[in-house]
Every structure is written in C-alpha cells, then in structure tokens.
Design a protein around this ligand. Sequence first.
Ligand SMILES: [Mg+2]
Length: 415
Amino acid sequence: MRITDVRATTVTVPLQAPLRHSNGAHWGRFVRTLVEVETDNGLVGLGEMGGGGESAEAAVRALRDYLVGHDPARTEALRFMLANPTASLYNNRTQLLAAIEFACLDLQGQHLGVPVHDLLGGRVRDRVEFASYLFFRYPSADGDGEVRTAEQLVEHASRLRRAHGFRVHKVKGGVFSPDYELECYRALAEAFPGDRFRYDPNGALSVEEAVRFARGIEDLPNDFIEDPTFGLNGLRRVREKTSLAIATNTVVVNFEQLAANVRDPAVDVILLDTTFWGGIRPCVKAAGVCETFQLSVAVHSSGELGVQLASMLHMGAVVPNLSFAADAHYHHLVDDVIDGGKLTYVDGAIEVPSGPGLGVRLDGDKVAEYAELYRELGGYPYDRDPGRPGWYPLLPNADFADPTVPGSTWNEARL
Ligand SMILES: [Mg+2]
C-alpha cells in the first residue's frame, strides 16, 4: 500500500451557543480541517485538525511531496519525515503530523480489516466515559443557551446530565472573577450529590489566587484542578499548598516536558491530546511513561468533530491507566460531518468504534454543506471575546468579565 494523494477541506460546524473561555470565545462554531489520504489500493484514510482556511489547506497540500509513495504502515518513520525534532525548530508541524498519523492508522486498519485500537495493543474497555464540559456561554442567535449565572450553570448541567448521562462535570473557568466562579462551582457540586467535579481556568489565575480557589473547594468531590495557574513552576507552587490533584493540558504536551515533570513533579494528571502530542501513538507512549512513574492520565479535548473524536476514543480504549473521565466539546455541536450523524452518549460514555480503521467515514453531503458555510463565514479569532471588543487578558489575568452584564447576540453568531 502506497500513498498517492493527500487533500484537505476546511469546514465550520455550528455550536449550540458561543463558548466563553479565559482568552476569548469560540464564536458559535468550530472551524476544523478534514484531511484525506488516498492510497494506490483505493482506500481513503481520515484525519482532522483545528483551525483552517487557505493556510491549513495549503500546509496539508505541501506535504504531498513528502507523503506520495510512502507506506502508511510506517507511522514511526512519519515522525522523523515530517517533524524531526531539530527540523521542527523551523517548521512546527505537530498538528499536521497528528492529522496524517490518524489517517495512516485509519488506512492500516482498513487494509487489515481491524479497528485502530487493535493496532495499538487492543482495547481494555469498550466505552470511554466523558465529563460534561460546562462552559459559560453567550446566548445563541435565537437568544437561547446563555450560561452566565450559577442558576444557569446548574440548569445547563442538569439538562446535559438528563440527555447524556454525565456524572462528571468540568467547569471551564477563567471568564469571571475567581470568587464568582467559586460560587458557581460550589452551586454545581451542591446540586448533584454523588457526582464528581473539576475546574479549569486555562492558567488564568495567579499562584496565590489559584491556591485560594483550590482551598475553597477542597471539601468537594473533585477529580482535580486543571491548569489553575500557568507554567510548571507555578503549578508546582500550587501543588505544594493544596491537597487537590493538579492536571495540565498546557505545560506537559511533549516528552521533554513529561521528563521534566517526572524529575521534579508539578502535575499529577497528564491530559493527553491526540493533536498536541502529534498523534494517537505518542499519546499511548506517553501514557506508558505515566504508568511507569504512576502519574495519572486522561483524554484532553481541543475541540473536535467525529474524526478527531474517533482518535480520542481509540486512545481512550487502549490506555490501561485512564484514571478519569475524558473531556470533549462534542456535545456542544449541533451536527457532525460523519456518516450516520453525531456519535451518541449513553450513561455519559461513548462506545469505541469497532469498524475497520478509525471506524468513522465522512458524509460527503455534510462535508460539502459545512465547507460552504466556512466559505461564507470564514474563521474567527479564538483569542478575542466578541462581547468585550478590544479586551485581551494579561497572564495572570485581573480584568475578568462582569457577570451582571447579560450577554447579547452579535452578527457573527447568527448562523
Ligand atoms: Mg485545559
């Protein structure tokens, strides 16, 4: 089997409502680039990466010369062909490598008639549990879906709990002041006794504020506190002053950083992202290192459609030391580009695909529809808040949004 072509299509898929975070917002939709790798035996492998447009499509096209003629079974060679560590000082291709790696694993699985998890040591679980991943949200174009107050957050979580069966709830914070978000978090824990909780302000807090927040929730059933402040040294200082487990998806995202964290621990739970780490296989390797040093792991979400979600499910299926529920933005999407529509949650978990390869295929009509929507709307700046024009945060941030100001809709969100 040899690669004969590679192509990319940028799509944008609407969200139920714009998602707010410490740097800005997802403006009512996700922009993702779908990658298709073709082979001489007529198979098509699927990949996906964040962002998109001309530059993403061109970056994938530029790999054509590297990939044509390559055997997709040689995934380890890909790492050095596309992202040799010293060459990567000049060309940061980790995200591209990840998308191509998903596609090559998909091709191997299809070729052999086995699911990707069988290529990775075989599954140790059939379903992967997910957290509810709760965001403060602006209202959607029709005025629904706002999450700003503690009452709205509890109501939102309650609906998701009923619809999908979540028993673990993650609050994406760093939007409002830590005191306000602490109240919201405590209200949530009070509303759902027996469930578990986690808080992630994307590193926005100072060490001292992070310690104060952590101490303010120590009596609750927390999984962990995620990136309460930015940086390994900051997290180490927080860890020394709280009984909570510390998690990160920001400062342990490669093997160099993982080694640093093993030698001088700052983080207890490593959140593995199949894109940030350059593919599913590096995540499985990292999980092995974590198992050796008895660090915990979980699955990180950087925003996904069905192809990326499949990569997370196959990774989650084979990692024995998956200690916590996975994260996904997926339930905020109104649709997907895969055949059969969105994968479904049952009792808070999604079944690991069992078909050959990644086990998901593209729905051509949906891809065309959302590629057209992308051409119509273009991208959006993830690090700008449409409700706070001109604002950008310092790190640590001290200028949080005002929770007494109701969110309004704006043209960009009118999909
Ligand atoms: Mg995070």
